[in-house]
Structures are given as C-alpha cells and as structure tokens.
Design a binder for this molecule. Structure first.
Ligand SMILES: O=P(O)(O)O[C@@H]1C[C@H](O)[C@@H](CO)O1
Length: 287
C-alpha cells in the first residue's frame, strides 16, 4: 500500500477489477464484522474466500478477532460481500486506507452497508451483551482532521462536501428494529450515539465522563471512517454495536477492560448478531 495522503482511484479500480475477476455474483449488500463478530462471515452460503493479502492495495488486519479476508456468497438468499476484519486507525493506517475497502465495494456495486462493531457502554442503562443500533456518531478523530475524505475529492465517488445528517439510514434502521422485534430481541436492542475515539488505549474515567456529557451512549475505535466513506459514496448504512463491556466511570474500582473480554462477549453474543443479520436480510428489499 502506498504511503500517500489520500486515495488513488487507479488503485481502487485495480482492487475492484481483481475482485470482479474472482467473483461470480453481483452483490448489492456489504457487511463489516466487528471484533469477535466474524461468525457473520461463517453463515455465508456458497462461500468464496479471498484473503486481504491477495487483493491488490489491501493492507492486513493485525487485530485479534479480525480474520483479514473477504467472503462472497449468500445470506438469506441474497448475494453479499462480507469483510471478516476491518482496518483501524490505531493500526497505523491513514484514514483513506481504513476507508479503502468501502470504495472498492462501491465499485463492486454495493448499495447497502451493514456495519457491526464491539463497543463499550457509556449509557448507564446499557448491559453487557446488549445491541445498540447506531443512530448517529461523534468522531473525535474526524473532528480533529483524521478523515478518509482528506485530499483531492474524486467526484466519481461523491461530492466535496457531503452531508452527514442522514448517514445512518432511517428506513434501514427501522427495518433493523423490526428484525429485532421479530426475533424477540427488543429487550436488549438499544439505540444510541456511538463515540469514535482513536485508541488503542481504552479511555480514562475523565474522558468517559466527558463523552457521556456530550451525549455518547457507547464508545469504540472504528466505524466512523467507514461510515463517512460510504455516506460520501451514496451508500445506505445501518450500523449496530455489541456492548461488550460497561465503561468504568468511577474511581476506586478493581474492574478493568481488556480486548480478551471484548472478544469473549463477542463469542457469547455472536449467534444473536448473526440471527439479526439473517432476519434483516430477509426483510430488506433491493431496488
Ligand atoms: O473493530 P471493532 O470496532 O469491533 O473493535 C473494537 C475496537 C477495538 O478495535 C477493539 C478494542 O477491544 O474492539
């Protein structure tokens, strides 16, 4: 991967052409698996698997719980492309590198993106194992200038100044809630604002108290750069967090947070997230 500061459209085209040459389907649905949630990729039928290291200009997933491969096939009889593993800013990647696979998906014909992640619960009423449909985000890296849209705008993908007020598609969000209802998941299906921080250190107590005051319900280290890239490119997005830990907001506690705990809760709740994706895909109508 080049060390440039912004996208090189030729490289996006090259990656997309490579994948087209290996695919026998034309999916309109993309899925990104969060930490510990790569099981979504396992339920894909008639799988074709392509490792990121085979794909021109893709970087590698370095985080435990992220396999680093694309899976093509069907879920609920609909063609999908699934990223088992995403790229995080703290891995040392430029924001455009984090968004790169989304632009490739755009060229492959993806119209709807389902994003999942693991997140810490800030909202006191949230429990470990809850799901949180993301209604909006606050991206601290984004506000600070770490954005995948930095550099010359390529109008082939979208406008220079894309609005973000409808980034999380309301029709798809309602469908997600319907899927949760159909599965009788209502009691642990929450809705809230995702705060994107850069990590990899977890947050201090003072930082978490600030996020809470700002209206954040959960905190994580991914998603926002993918959402900005996808929204800019006109994709419709639905995003859901798994609350893997309660954020520690008080001093003098022996509790702590670790990535092992995040993965452990992911493992325990993976089946329900997979069922949600299956049900959502049953309900969603493609144009
Ligand atoms: O890829 P996601 O956002 O699901 O992973 C979360 C955020 C960090 O990468 C990691 C911290 O435990 O899990």
């Amino acid at each position: 991967m080049s060390t440039s500061n912004s996208y090189d459209t030729d490289k996006v085209v090259q990656s997309a052409n490579f994948l087209k040459s290996r695919m026998n389907i034309k999916p309109k649905l993309g899925i990104i698996c969060g930490s510990g949630l790569s099981g979504i990729g396992e339920i894909v039928c008639n799988k074709t698997i392509i490792a990121y290291k085979e794909i021109p200009s893709f970087v590698e997933s370095t985080v435990p719980g992220h396999k680093g491969q694309l899976v093509f096939g069907q879920i609920s009889e609909k063609d999908v492309i699934c990223m088992q593993g995403r790229f995080h800013p703290y891995e040392g990647y430029e924001a455009w590198v984090v968004g790169f696979p989304i632009r490739v998906m755009k060229l492959l014909g993806i119209e709807i993106l389902i994003i999942t992640n693991a997140a810490g619960g800030i909202n006191d009423s949230f429990n470990v194992g809850d799901f949180m449909l993301i209604k909006d985000h606050i991206s601290f890296p984004g506000l600070g200038g770490y954005t995948p849209l930095k550099g010359p705008n390529d109008a082939m993908f979208g406008p220079r100044f894309p609005p973000m007020n409808e980034a999380y598609d309301s029709r798809l969000s309602n469908l997600w809630l319907q899927a949760a209802k159909d599965l009788k998941f209502d009691s642990f299906m929450r809705r809230g604002v995702y705060c994107n921080v850069s990590g990899p250190s977890y947050e201090t107590i003072a930082e978490l108290r600030m996020l809470s005051k700002l209206g954040g319900d959960a905190v994580g280290m991914s998603t926002a750069q993918e959402v900005v890239t996808a929204c800019h490119a006109g994709m419709r997005i639905v995003a859901c967090s798994l609350i893997t830990n309660k954020c520690i907001m008080e001093y003098d506690t022996k509790e702590t947070v670790s990535h092992d705990e995040v993965l452990e809760v992911g493992k325990k709740r993976a089946k329900d997230m997979e069922e949600l994706v299956v049900k959502f895909l049953e309900l969603v109508q493609l144009d």
